[in-house]
Ligand binder design. Structure first.
Ligand SMILES: [Zn+2]
Length: 287
């Protein structure tokens, strides 16, 4: 078995042309980044994700095992999620050789209060805070792809030409995807959907939709605020409520029952970014 495994590893190493390429560890913050990294960089190197499925990226705390992994990593691709603020510094202390790239470079971030249907008083605590969920916007995704290419081309300079070709194909594909989504969602322009956590601001902006949120800054609504949300949701004829696995679904179900709306579970952090967005579009179109 050991001989077989050794042969296998050697085979993979030879296949990849050089041992270091196959062994190189690139770390990303969230699952959807894996999709971008693999579209552009292929699967010839190891990608590790800091925030595991189901965990929450706003206040994530890396495990000791992950700090260990950082010591072996060559690069970190940050995307601007809040936990990075504290932890990137610590990663760099842990591994001074670690190269950090910022994939939110060149992306305009909007204040959260412009990204949600603002409920006066209740939402005033979010004023001035920038919405970090850039990877769910189609235009933002294009810039993330370009930034991912720039980072990977620096980490693996001898693969640059291959990565460049992959990037160009991916950008064409993203344009097509946006066109398809626009076509599908054209009749919903100006409509509002209700989400538990306000992750979908960039997606909504891209297609002329609006999101309303149940939870704000990790705080669930009081009974009075719930009544306010339900009233507003009724006015806006909301038919679907999106929840995500990182947050509790109870409040959403209470609201859904009162509105006669459906609850759909959507994960803004799903690894298969594209399949996930297709699911969002289909869910919005359900009557
Ligand atoms: Zn979030």
């Amino acid at each position: 078995m050991r001989g077989f495994l050794f042969g296998l590893i050697l085979g993979v190493a030879l296949f990849c042309g050089q041992v270091s390429f196959a062994k190189t560890v690139v770390v990303v913050s969230i699952e959807p980044q894996v999709y971008f990294v693999q579209k552009i960089g292929g699967s010839g190197f190891q990608v590790e994700v800091m925030v595991p499925p189901g965990a929450e990226p706003h206040a994530y705390e890396p495990r000791p095992r992950q700090m260990q992994m950082i010591t072996k990593a060559k690069a970190y691709l940050a995307i601007g999620v809040p936990f990075e603020k504290v932890w990137l510094k610590r990663f760099k202390q842990q591994n001074p050789q670690l190269r950090i790239f910022y994939l939110d470079k060149g992306i305009k971030k909007y204040p959260l209060e412009e990204q949600v249907v603002f409920v006066q008083k209740r939402d005033s605590s979010i004023k001035g805070e920038l919405d970090p969920h850039i990877w769910l916007g189609l235009d933002e995704a294009k810039q993330i792809a370009k930034n991912t290419f720039n980072a990977l081309a620096k980490i693996f300079p001898d693969q640059k030409a291959v990565f460049k070709k992959n990037l160009e194909q991916f950008l064409v594909h993203l344009d097509q995807l946006k066109k398809d989504f626009n076509q599908k969602l054209r009749l919903l322009k100006g409509k509002t959907f209700l989400v538990f956590h306000p992750s979908w601001g960039y997606f909504a902006r891209c297609f002329g939709l609006k999101q309303m949120a149940i939870e704000v800054k990790g705080r669930e609504p009081s009974a009075r605020e719930m009544a306010e949300i339900i009233k507003l949701a009724r006015e806006k004829k909301i038919a679907v409520i999106f929840i995500q696995p990182q947050f509790a679904r109870k409040k959403a179900e209470v609201i859904a029952k009162q509105l006669g709306a459906r609850v759909v579970s959507l994960d803004p952090l799903a690894r298969n970014w594209e399949k996930n967005l297709l699911k969002v579009v289909d869910s919005l179109l359900l009557k």
